[in-house]
Design a protein around this ligand. Structure first.
Ligand SMILES: CCc1cccc(CC)c1NC(=O)n1cc2c(c1)/C(=N\C(=O)c1ccc(N3CCN(C)CC3)cc1)N=N2
Length: 295
């Protein structure tokens, strides 16, 4: 579903530089009708937009260059855009292209019509085992795809997950953990998802994603991440010690606890491989094969 490229050269609006491209398309703001704002992040806003030629609905993410510069994330943005534009998976938000002008960088993104997953999680407090397992299985498939392309650490925490029109999950991050504009009740949400090897800052491999998916699975089922603590230092200690406890409420099946226990293992080489996760009884018995939770 490519959206119409800039074919014939057109008079560029005076203040927009050559539209940069992802796959050789040159975009400018004039190619889009801008709609309502969808959300805001630390570096800018995201708007509903329609590409004029194809009438294709997209999300246009506007990032302010000066804020990117101040936080020294330009190189990270370039790398992440390069990665994201080559990923094609139903559970990874598409990046169709980008362009920039004097002050801003614009990312042309797939529109996820049902919005942010973390708001849904806050609203229902925690998910049913079927809903959690369906989401975890679809994210495992997305991560298997990413690892197959030597892309890792997609930073899958609730703030970076969106929901498509059919209820399917979309990993929407550009490694933008810094981008998360204090979007959760706790400023330090980011800490909760770090695996021991990152907390102890030793080298890490794609198995960090298995750990983060285990954290996410726990939070889907209990409404809070497993190592949450008031102080950073306590969260660090609990992560490093893998101080994993399962509350008695809400009631969660032992199969779910077994899966989480196999993912939250300190030695990253001993974590349950993602392919094995898809064969785990809890996933097989609870996840909807379509990857869509129908309620
Ligand atoms: C700039 C905002 C930001 C900062 C940091 C990280 C991220 C990724 C999640 C983002 N968002 C981002 O990149 N986004 C890329 C996107 C995107 C966000 C998006 N949709 C929505 O944000 C959205 C929000 C609410 C919504 N409704 C809410 C009310 N409901 C009743 C109906 C549906 C429907 C859609 N589609 N592509």
């Amino acid at each position: 579903m490519g959206i119409a490229p800039e074919t014939q050269p057109q008079q560029q609006p005076k203040d927009s530089s050559e539209g940069a491209a992802v796959d050789q398309k040159r975009w400018t703001l004039n190619d889009f009708d801008i709609g309502k704002p969808l959300g805001r992040g630390k570096f800018g806003h995201v708007y509903l937009a329609r590409e004029k030629r194809s009438n294709h609905i997209v999300a246009l993410k506007v990032l302010f260059k000066n804020q990117l510069k101040q936080s020294q994330v330009e190189h990270q943005l370039r790398r992440e855009v390069e990665i994201q534009s080559h990923l094609r998976h139903p559970n990874i938000l598409r990046l169709y292209g980008y362009f920039y002008d004097q002050k801003r960088v614009y990312l042309i993104l797939e529109y996820a019509a049902k919005g942010e997953l973390y708001k849904e999680l806050q609203k229902c407090k925690y998910f049913s085992e079927r809903r959690a397992a369906t989401y975890v299985a679809s994210l495992a498939r997305a991560l298997i795809y990413c690892h197959g392309k030597h892309v890792m650490h997609r930073d899958i925490k609730p703030e970076n997950l969106l929901v498509g029109a059919q209820g399917e999950l979309k990993i929407a991050d550009f490694g933008w953990s810094v981008h998360t504009f204090n979007r959760r009740r706790t400023m330090c949400g980011t800490l909760d998802y770090l695996p021991p090897e990152m907390v102890e800052s030793v080298e890490h491999d794609a198995n960090v994603d298995i750990w983060s998916l285990g954290i996410l699975c726990y939070e889907f089922l209990y409404g809070v991440p497993p190592f949450e603590a008031k102080e950073h230092s306590d969260t660090y200690r609990r992560i490093i010690q893998v101080d994993l406890k399962f509350p008695s409420r809400p009631v969660v099946s032992s199969a779910a606890k077994d899966l989480i226990t196999q993912m939250l293992v300190k030695d990253s080489s001993q974590r349950l491989p993602l392919k094995k996760l898809l064969e785990h009884p809890w996933i097989v018995q609870n996840a909807d094969p379509s990857g869509v939770y129908r309620g």
